[in-house]
Design a protein around this ligand. Structure first.
Ligand code: NAD
Length: 510
């Protein structure tokens, strides 16, 4: 690993002021002359500029991947597994280095960043089981003297396009299963926090991943379009906002690719009158304001059923002043800044909009008292939010929690099911029967029962329904393995040459 990758973050910020591509196993400065700013959101300081790739640079990355693919797919499962164990060890050893890069560019607090790396690492660990995951089926004597077996093979060059809010974990959701299945990979990270991907690229190289098997192209729509239209890319995984997910799905499939495109969310947490109020309030506060609400699985909407609303809101409100907002490197900070100044201002503007629409502003994050130019916003709570309001309909993606009051469980479920998004949802209750009914009828891909952020463990797959997912395949877990491979069925006969004869009839199976 180079000096750059192991240097402390403060030095890295100076050294990596120019953030480049990673093609064919080395850093490649961009030649487009176009670049974008990368900030430390806690200070507001521009700490780097990231190169934006041209189509030609994307071509170069795809060519490197294409060249590396035949040898990579031929590496035996045992050797590839051994290499993946080394990847796992290196990522684990450098988990805090990665987390510090995340905090420096995304702003999330260090403990949260460590959690992100840990959840991504679980997918790497899952991928270490590739010999089992890629096992096919075998039917001996399917017909007389004929055996039939199924195998799964890699697709070739596959690409990932990732959002700003999980700059390490979401790429791991993609490259870990993709490489384990024998594909070569081209990653287009978010241009807002692009450095973690370069650090990971160096770790993969150190682990022994051959040059060209993993590539990073930095950039914006130009790079994304080049990926979506490239004839040598077989599949694209996307995670980001719903409008771009829809665009990526439509454009990628039009160009003949397999596409899984995960979009935005508006996750509802239903609290029934029998719920434990303190537990529900702790969960709502943690899930709404963790990572400053910039999580696709954040709870952004509580649905309070019956007379639970007043005590629940009081319990949530009581917890808010205790949340410590600050630079993510401060040991006691619980919530960091938002990703950019523009995004912070956009989120803050929802508070006036909510008030104008008739919601009650119980807590206003703009009253946060913090010195400096960081992109901070305190926690906000809106009561009496109703479904026709923008603050209900929009994915605000910030530390703003809305509460909608309804009379019955049925009304609450209707809200969940009528919402255009269907990523996650949760119910808080002591009644197992109602919880089971909710699991049965909730129209969302991930359901929590007394669990506010039900992100599936790595051996299940992650993904939403409705406008939260375009395509048929959820990400990582068994569906991830299917996504990055295609099936082949072999029908095989090793006849005794003495029995061979011409037969023009359609093959019979008996
Ligand atoms: P985004 O859609 O703005 O960007 C995602 C990626 O798309 C980035 O790499 C970006 O460079 C690229 N992109 C942006 N605009 C583009 C355009 N016009 N054409 C082509 N490419 C474009 O999303 P974001 O702001 O980085 O991330 C936040 C969003 O991601 C939220 O909506 C959040 O809910 C969603 N998200 C969803 C999941 C999930 O699993 N469903 C997980 C994390 C984040």
């Amino acid at each position: 690993m180079s000096e750059t990758a192991t240097a402390p973050v403060a030095d890295r910020e100076i050294e990596t002021a120019r953030i480049t591509h990673w093609i064919g196993g080395r850093l490649v400065p961009g030649e487009s002359g176009r670049s974008g700013p990368v900030y430390n959101p806690a200070t507001g300081v521009e700490t780097g500029r990231v190169d934006f790739a041209t189509r030609e640079e994307v071509d170069r990355a795809v060519a490197a991947a294409r060249e590396a693919f035949p040898a990579w797919r031929a590496v035996s499962l045992s050797k590839r597994t051994e290499l993946f164990f080394r990847i796992r060890e290196l990522v684990h050893t450098h988990r805090e280095d990665i987390a510090r890069i995340l905090t420096a560019e995304h702003g999330k607090v260090l403990s949260d960043a460590m959690g992100e790396v840990a959840r991504g690492l679980e997918v790497v660990e899952f991928a270490c089981g590739m010999p089992t995951l890629l096992k096919g089926g075998f039917s001996e004597q399917a017909s007389t003297g004929i055996d039939v077996y199924s195998i799964r093979q890699p697709l070739g060059v596959v690409a990932g396009i990732t959002p700003f809010n999980f700059p390490a974990m979401v790429p791991m959701w993609m490259w870990a299963p993709a490489l384990a299945c024998g594909n070569a990979f081209v990653l287009k990270p978010s241009e807002k926090d692009p450095s973690a991907s370069l650090f990971v690229a160096e770790l993969l190289q150190e682990a022994g991943v051959p040059d060209g098997v993993f590539n990073v192209v930095q950039g914006d729509k130009v790079a994304v379009d080049a990926v979506l239209e490239h004839p040598d890319i077989a599949a694209v995984s996307f995670v980001g906002s719903t409008p771009i997910a829809r665009y990526v799905y439509e454009t990628g499939t039009k160009h003949g690719k397999r596409v899984q495109a995960l979009g935005g969310a508006k996750n509802h947490m239903i609290v029934l009158p029998d719920a434990d109020i303190d537990m529900a309030a702790d969960a709502a506060v943690s899930a709404a304001y963790g990572s400053a609400g910039e999580r696709c699985m954040a709870i952004s909407q509580v649905v309070a059923v019956g007379d639970v609303a007043d005590p629940l809101i009081a319990a949530i409100r009581e917890r808010l002043p205790k949340i410590k907002v600050g630079n993510g490197l401060e040991p006691d900070a619980e919530m960091g800044p938002l990703i950019t100044r523009e995004h912070r201002d956009k989120v803050a503007a929802y508070l006036d909009r909510g008030r104008d629409e008739g919601a009650t502003v119980v807590a206003d994050g703009r009253e946060l008292d913090l010195v400096g130019d960081g992109f901070f916003l305190g926690v906000s709570l809106l009561d009496n939010v109703t479904p026709e309001m923008d603050v209900y309909r929009d994915e605000i993606f910030g530390p703003v929690l809305g509460v909608t009051r309804v009379g019955t469980y049925d009304e609450a479920v209707r809200l969940v099911n009528e919402n255009p998004y269907g990523n996650g949802t949760a119910i808080f209750t002591r009644d197992g029967g109602v919880a089971r009914q909710f699991q049965f009828e909730a129209q969302a891909g991930m359901v929590g029962v007394n669990v506010p952020i039900p992100v599936p463990v790595a051996y299940y797959s992650f993904g939403g329904w409705k406008a939260s997912l375009f395509g048929d395949s959820h990400i990582y877990g068994p569906e991830g393995i299917n996504f990055y491979t295609r099936g082949k069925v072999v029908t095989s006969r090793w006849p005794d040459p003495a029995t061979s004869k011409v037969d023009l009839g359609f093959p019979q199976t008996r």
